[in-house]
Design a protein around this ligand. Structure first.
Ligand SMILES: [Zn+2]
Length: 276
């Protein structure tokens, strides 16, 4: 078993990441991790893809078909698999994650901070405004990491999605938001890697020039995957795209737990992620 932090940068397309996340790019160049290009599942919408990332299933299979599908997940998530294996889980995330894996609908008075929960997310701090600062999301996560010692920590920022909707993927506002995320990465990544965490960074979907997403174009679907673990191949492997369905089984593999029966086998996805 190896402790793992999963960072989901909501609405961060591949090119915006490459252009702005210089600290992660630096770590890859220094031989500390691997970078890949992911073709996101359809529709390129948030709530459906959260469920896809955390259960490994396509949207058609898991049934969270749009952002208005407000209900608990009916599938086996990485959080469930962790708890079944005796691992502790935590999340600093948008409230839709609480709705999927804790309870729905979200009640801010009772659900915003949960430091004891019978759900598959043992410790959670959830925000419900898209403008809740990414810096606070990362600080909330660091509070959970230091005080609750999770084996699996999920961190989910929203400001990139918000700025993308306001101004589009080529705007100065969107890129400045990405540069702020880069600052946060530079602040926290060294601490986490030194503390022995593996770290995986990706996005649910990208963003169009008009500031929209949901459809089937590259700018909406293609997102980055950065992987930091002693076990993974080091370097940039972005010549072709790989499947978003590999994230859930990859998380299980990194955590050293069994994947769910419905998740794809990593070997079948045709990607060589690990050092020989
Ligand atoms: Zn969005």
């Amino acid at each position: 078993m190896k402790k793992t932090i999963f960072i989901l940068l909501d609405g961060c397309g591949f090119d915006v990441a490459t252009e702005n996340l210089g600290f992660l790019e630096h770590l890859v160049q220094e031989g500390q991790g691997g970078k890949y290009k992911i073709l996101g599942e359809l529709p390129s919408s948030s709530r459906p893809i959260y469920e896809t990332l955390l259960t490994g299933l396509s949207v058609f299979s898991h049934g969270i078909v749009n952002n208005s599908t407000v209900r608990r997940s009916k599938e086996i998530s990485v959080f469930d698999l962790c708890v079944d294996s005796g691992l502790k889980t935590a999340a600093s995330a948008y409230y839709w994650i609480s709705e999927l894996y804790v309870r729905a609908p979200f009640d801010p008075d009772n659900d915003r901070i949960r430091l004891q929960s019978e759900s598959a997310i043992n410790y959670g701090i959830y925000y419900y405004e898209d403008i809740y600062p990414d810096s606070h999301v990362f600080n909330d996560a660091e509070f959970l990491r230091k005080n609750c010692s999770p084996d699996f920590l999920f961190i989910h920022s929203m400001n990139l999605d918000d700025s993308g909707h306001h101004s589009g993927c080529h705007s100065k506002e969107h890129h400045m938001t990405a540069l702020k995320v880069n600052e946060l990465m530079a602040t926290f990544m060294p601490k986490w890697l030194n503390a022995g965490y593996q770290v995986i960074v990706t996005a649910d979907h990208g963003m169009s020039e008009m500031g929209l997403h949901g459809g089937n174009t590259e700018v909406q679907r293609i997102v980055p995957l950065y992987l930091f673990s002693e076990r993974v191949r080091k370097g940039s492997f972005c010549e072709s795209t790989i499947s978003q369905l590999l994230i859930a089984p990859l998380l299980c593999d990194l955590l050293g737990i069994e994947k769910s029966p419905k998740m794809k086998n990593l070997e079948d996805l045709g990607v060589d992620l690990f050092e020989k």
